[in-house]
Design a binder for this molecule. Structure first.
Ligand code: ZN
Length: 330
């Protein structure tokens, strides 16, 4: 090999190694650069070192607040929902008592309570009202109290499908005034059996009617608190039949203007078990604003039953009426 060629070859080799050196340096530098960049991107910065005590405190604090706020509202409704179904069987296990009362359904003009008693728990609701003419017909209040005593002693006479309510004294102000003719009206001088919104009249021909004392029909239909209390009570129930006791002597009046078939059938059924007259004795009196007329117009079989006189309760006969009334099929 000539000397010139040998020198040329040496230079080539040296040049190659120089280039090779720089390429190597470049590759190493590039690797190092890329490596640190990736670290910055992929690996998060070194976490801040927290003292164990601080860490615990932070953890506890955040844990507690999260638990308290999140769990409590969730737990409370769940518990309430769970408990309610548990309470319902408890109520079912405690049966509704056979009788209940007094239930105050309103007040008289003078603030005395209008008290109702319930007997039985059936779906068919029946009602007996006494004392509408207060002290003048006080024997109707006494009869109602006797019937209530009997019902408490003999709950078996109330059929399972029936609930009976008894309002023993619709006119406590009249009863308080005296057990005689002076006790007929309420404290406003109103005849409560002329105050109902059924052919209500401010005045009426007095011939054949009550004239022993002067009575009015009230300032308008349903003006008296006694009327309002009883009317609201009836409207809040589903009575299919009622008896309103009076005295004396005229017999059984079927409510209605004219009476509906259901009131006539009830009147006949009660006449069958008693000596009370149906149709009743006609004195020629024009009855206006009557309670049982209003009841009949409101789809309730309704009767006025008059006791024989102003003192006796006709107890045995009215026990038969009570049983027939409880078992009557509308
Ligand atoms: Zn009466």
């Amino acid at each position: 090999m000539p000397a010139a060629s040998s020198k040329k070859l040496s230079r080539l080799v040296i040049g190659f190694w120089i280039v090779n050196f720089f390429v190597g340096v470049f590759v190493i530098a590039a690797w190092f650069w890329m490596n640190t960049s990736f670290k910055a991107i992929i690996i998060p910065p070194t976490p801040i070192v927290i003292e164990p005590a601080t860490l615990t405190a932070r953890f506890v604090a955040s844990f507690t607040s999260t638990v308290t706020q999140t769990l409590l509202p969730t737990i409370t409704p769940t518990l309430t929902k769970t408990l309610r179904p548990t309470q319902t069987p408890t109520r079912t296990l405690t049966p509704i008592p056979f009788s209940e009362g007094p239930i105050t359904i309103g007040k008289s003009v003078n603030g005395l309570p209008l008290e109702v008693y319930r007997f039985g728990t059936g779906a068919t609701e029946r009602l007996i009202v006494a004392g509408m003419h207060g002290g003048n017909e006080y024997n109707t209040v006494q009869l109602a109290e006797e019937l209530m005593d009997y019902l408490k002693q003999h709950p078996e006479i109330v059929p399972p499908e029936v609930t009976l309510y008894i309002l023993h004294d619709l006119n406590p102000d009249g009863v308080a005034r005296g057990h005689n003719y002076l006790g007929r009206t309420n404290a406003n001088g109103v005849d409560l059996n002329r105050n109902w919104p059924a052919n209500w009249q401010q005045d009426w021909p007095r011939a054949g009617c009550w004239t022993t004392t002067y009575v009015t029909a009230g300032s308008g239909p349903g003006s008296e608190p006694e009327t309002k209390g009883l009317m609201t009570f009836i409207q809040n129930h589903h009575f299919d039949a009622l008896i309103n006791y009076h005295s004396a002597a005229l017999g059984i009046f079927a409510g209605g203007l004219p009476p509906d078939d259901y009131s006539i059938r009830l009147a006949k059924a009660m006449a069958e078990v008693s000596t009370y007259a149906y149709p009743p004795i006609d004195t020629g009196c024009d009855y206006t604003g009557g309670f049982t007329d209003w009841a009949d117009e409101n789809n309730i079989a309704a009767l006025d039953i008059e006791l024989t006189n102003h003192t006796d309760t006709d107890y045995d006969m009215n026990l038969r009426i009570l049983e027939a009334f409880l078992n009557w099929k509308r």
